[in-house]
Design a protein around this ligand. Structure first.
Ligand code: B12
Ligand code: SF4
Length: 505
């Protein structure tokens, strides 16, 4: 069969492609591992495969041939509207449509309105075979029975990796997995109940050697939900590949970054860490802050990150602002202070977002806090899709604007970019900072609208009313020529079905 695999990295369709160079620079490298894996498995099963990533470079439909039998689409929820519109087009052309990836996992019922089959859980080679041999009917959900811990090697993924990188400018990143799952249970995260499992160490070592051979100079991006939970075992595997070690970046909890481990990270060429700090009042266990909260946690984190910085040059600190434990101005003030005292770290401040299949989603839905007519495509910054326990929407955006201004004022950007090293991290910090500066304007606009437009505020306070025209218009702007494929009724999500537990009778 003729099989297409399309990953949607970008979620907007501009009316023309003038921004092409920027798209390549800013987004091309944000691809995930699994769509490449699915493409390899389909090829190994004897099918003709066409793998492409859409990062804003061209019309997404033009990236695949027009005589496909089956297409796999993969995306995060923020790209769901584009995925749905494309699915309608593919279906109309007689192509069987399968959705996999984060959105499929979180909102399978919603996606099932547009895709023939939705992969709502794990996916292995056998599942891909079954999907391609028509074992699943239209409207089905599919998932492999157990945890998947074996994926094709870098050598096997070479055509996909080359296609994802392209030949032009922009960061060259090879996504690898050293483990799946995570021992923590953060209520907002899709991995909250997925046990940690390291992958085969000899496979990781072979992959690292293949990266050095085929992509010299490329950065390895570990896509593990929580890298090196079994620190020594993972670093043993990396060291066993032998030098030269490719530079690498990873996500981890602060508890992984203990003093006696930092030199080993430096020796193996770790150039970027993204620890989850999350909140000054919540999720303390993964920071190993010993129960400290508020200012005490700030002092602990500042001290730790300054130590980490002596060994690892690039850093991103992940925060969520607006959890049920946050109240008053202090959480935002502490984050703004963090920005001043840890000038070399990129502060990635997230808005609480209820992704389906998480305990957070269940609680917010049960408590009537989710804005029910908000399209799922707005489940991303800078949009609020719920009410917050201790903040009204205007007050919340006021605080957020202040934090983001502290993170993106010219002095902060100059300090951050100046401190960054090597060049690839400097470029990443610069592009993040500039795109967040644009986001601050959007935050201000949302806050001002909330102040002046009573219907808009009523919607955000969950006091009823239809989806404001502002969001309808934004939705249509994002989809460009594809907007007409999703009439207003299609934009209202199916939420109940995304609960972990069935609703009480
Ligand atoms: C690595 C990672 C990234 C990397 C790589 C991108 C990626 N999607 O992998 C980077 C840093 C670029 C990234 C960026 C973002 N990410 Co991210 N990321 C992750 C992370 C930590 C691991 C995902 C992973 O690779 N797991 C390993 C694979 C093997 O396991 P798995 O995902 O469970 O996949 C299994 C099945 O779902 C299925 N499957 C997965 N994909 C596919 C595809 C097909 C076609 C099929 C058939 C099956 C299938 O098979 C797998 C094996 O069983 C998860 C969090 C987490 N804790 O899991 C967040 C996560 C996926 N990210 C998330 C988000 C929101 C983002 C951003 C929007 C953040 C932002 N503010 O910009 C961006 C979006 C980027 C984009 N391209 O769209 C959310 C997505 C939630 C959602 N429903 O949208 C997650 C779930 C975190 C969370 N909040 O819980 N991310
Ligand atoms: S530590 Fe990270 S990967 Fe693990 S549950 Fe928490 S947010 Fe998810």
């Amino acid at each position: 069969m003729n099989v297409g695999v399309l990953e949607l990295v970008s979620f907007t369709v501009p009316p023309e492609w003038r921004a092409q160079w920027a798209a390549g620079l800013l987004r091309r490298h944000l691809t995930s591992v699994m769509p490449q894996v699915v493409s390899v498995w389909a090829r190994q099963l004897g099918h003709r495969t066409h793998y492409a990533t859409y990062y804003g470079q061209a019309d997404p439909l033009a990236l695949l041939p027009d005589d496909l039998d089956v297409v796999f689409v993969s995306c995060a929820t923020q790209a769901s509207a584009l995925a749905y519109a494309l699915a309608k087009r593919f279906r109309a052309a007689g192509v069987r449509t399968v959705l996999g990836g984060p959105h499929a996992k979180c909102f399978p019922a919603d996606a099932g309105r547009f895709f023939d089959v939705v992969v709502s859980g794990a996916c292995d080679r056998e599942l891909v075979r079954d999907l391609l041999t028509g074992q699943y009917a239209r409207g089905d959900r599919a998932a492999s029975a157990g945890r998947v811990t074996e994926f094709p090697s870098v050598e096997e993924r070479l055509p996909e990796l080359r296609a994802a990188m392209g030949s032009a400018y922009g960061p060259r990143v090879v996504g690898l997995l050293a483990s799946v799952g995570c021992p923590y249970t953060c209520n907002f995260c899709t991995e909250w109940n997925a046990d940690y499992a390291p992958l085969a160490p000899d496979r990781l070592a072979a992959d690292l050697r293949a990266v050095v051979k085929h992509f010299p100079g490329a950065l390895v991006g570990y896509h593990d939900p929580n890298f090196a939970v079994r620190f020594d075992q993972t670093l043993d595997a990396i060291e066993s590949a032998g030098p030269p070690h490719p530079r690498y970046a990873m996500n981890c909890s602060l508890s992984v970054l203990k003093d006696d481990r930092l030199a080993r990270l430096k020796r193996t060429n770790c150039v970027f860490v993204a620890p989850g700090i999350e909140s000054w009042y919540d999720y303390g266990n993964k920071a190993a802050a010993g129960g400290a909260t508020g200012r005490a946690k700030l002092e602990y984190v500042v001290e730790r990150l300054h130590r980490v910085r002596r060994f690892v040059p690039g850093m991103q600190a992940n925060f969520i602002f607006g959890t049920d434990e946050d109240a008053g101005p202090e959480p935002a003030e502490l984050t703004a202070e963090f920005v001043r005292r840890v000038p070399f770290a990129w502060p990635n401040v997230n808005i609480p977002t209820p992704y389906g299949g998480t305990p957070l989603f269940d609680r917010y839905l049960t408590e009537g806090r989710i804005l029910r007519s908000m399209p799922l495509a707005f489940y991303c910054a800078p949009y609020l899709t719920t009410t917050l326990k201790h903040y009204d929407p205007v007050g919340y955006y006021d605080h957020l604007v202040r934090v983001m201004e502290a993170a993106t004022n010219v002095g902060a950007i100059v300090r951050r970019v100046g401190a960054a090293n090597p060049l690839v991290i400097r470029a990443a910090h610069l592009s993040q900072s500039l795109s967040y500066r644009a986001q601050v304007n959007e935050l201000r606009d949302l806050r001002d609208r909330l102040r002046t437009d009573r219907a808009f505020r009523a919607f955000h306070e969950n006091r009823g009313g239809p989806l404001p025209e502002f969001y309808q218009h934004r939705f249509e702007q994002r989809l460009g020529r594809y907007a007409e494929l999703l009439p207003r009724t299609d934009r209202v999500p199916l939420l109940e079905q995304a609960k972990l537990l069935p609703a009480a009778p």
